[in-house]
Design a binder for this molecule. Structure first.
Ligand SMILES: [Zn+2]
Length: 307
């Protein structure tokens, strides 16, 4: 049996040429304390820092074996490292929730981007994360949904949400533009994942290529009807050029047994999650006794026993 005692992060994963996915449990032994007062410190954000002593444990090998995760009653913010009694926005302390650009409402609702008003929390973050190419995509998690993500990490996003198929629909030059269009589309289409159905592998039979054609037609009509304050006509010119080569990404998760009923562990209420690992999908470990969303527990100090 292998044991660790460290702070959880979201799992890493890699898509193999046959579309199967290999997961790695990622943990940090010693979260480095840092403020975001200087630009240099802000630039460290999100990068893995060797001094934090990162653990990356391949997880597929433990499927069919015992796994135990026990919360040690300590949470350190995933951004600044300070101790916090409560986790906000997947592992942040309250000051970081209030101050960091990645915790702003416009990250969840990109149509509310306020960079152009000059009130962005962090212009460097905006230039590196928001004012870059974004994708509007279709994915099949349980039902079909529409979503927005940075193009450089779209495959990571699809795996994190547990999609079994996904397809880029178009490329936008800014997160804000993607958000404006997606918010219109979401009035007519689903934009949320039903995580219970996703974990049961209860997936609708939908053709993403057909739906992409429909979505492009809807976007064309939005722009022709001039419903946006921004001039987004470039989207139509670029849509064909930038998106024509994309094809459906299929994803196969390492799961030997999907649950019929979903019971989810909550480490805040009951500190132990323990069972036989039946598989991994999205950011969830699926055990015979229940499921646990590891992303929700970013920053939590836990002991983990594997095998
Ligand atoms: Zn913090």
């Amino acid at each position: 049996m292998l044991s660790y005692r460290a702070h959880l992060r979201k799992m890493k994963h890699q898509i193999n040429p046959d579309n199967s996915i290999d997961y790695q449990l990622r943990m940090i032994r010693h979260p480095a304390k840092r403020s975001f007062a200087s630009e240099d410190e802000r630039n460290l954000r999100g990068k893995s820092i060797k001094s934090e002593d990162e653990i990356l444990e391949p997880m597929n090998q433990y499927i069919g074996q015992k796994v135990k995760i026990e919360f040690q009653d300590q949470i350190n913010c995933v951004a600044c490292g300070r101790k916090t009694n409560k986790s906000f926005g997947q592992g942040h302390c309250f000051p970081c929730l209030q101050n960091l650009a990645e915790c702003d409402t416009c990250i969840i609702k990109p149509e509310l981007c306020h960079f152009d008003q000059g009130t962005c929390r962090d212009n460097d973050f905006a230039e590196s994360h928001c004012n870059i190419n974004h994708s509007i995509y279709l994915s099949l998690t349980s039902g079909m949904k529409i979503g927005v993500t940075r193009q450089v990490q779209e495959k990571t996003r699809w795996v994190d949400q547990g999609a079994v198929q996904a397809l880029r629909v178009m490329t936008l030059r800014r997160r804000y533009h993607a958000g404006l269009i997606e918010a219109e589309l979401a009035k007519e289409m689903q934009d949320k994942t039903n995580w219970r159905k996703m974990l049961k592998n209860d997936v609708d039979d939908r053709d993403l290529e057909d739906e992409k054609t429909n979505v492009l037609a809807r976007v064309r009509s939005f722009i022709e009807e001039d419903i946006f304050d921004e001039d987004l006509s470039y989207v139509l010119e670029e849509a064909e050029v930038l998106s024509e080569t994309t094809e459906i990404q299929r994803l196969e998760y390492p799961v030997i047994n999907y649950p019929d009923k979903i019971k989810s562990f909550n480490l805040d209420k009951d500190s132990v999650a323990e069972g036989t690992l039946n598989g991994i999908k999205g950011q969830y470990l699926i055990m015979d006794t229940g499921v646990i969303n590891l992303r929700k527990y970013g920053g939590y100090l836990v002991s983990v026993d594997l095998g």
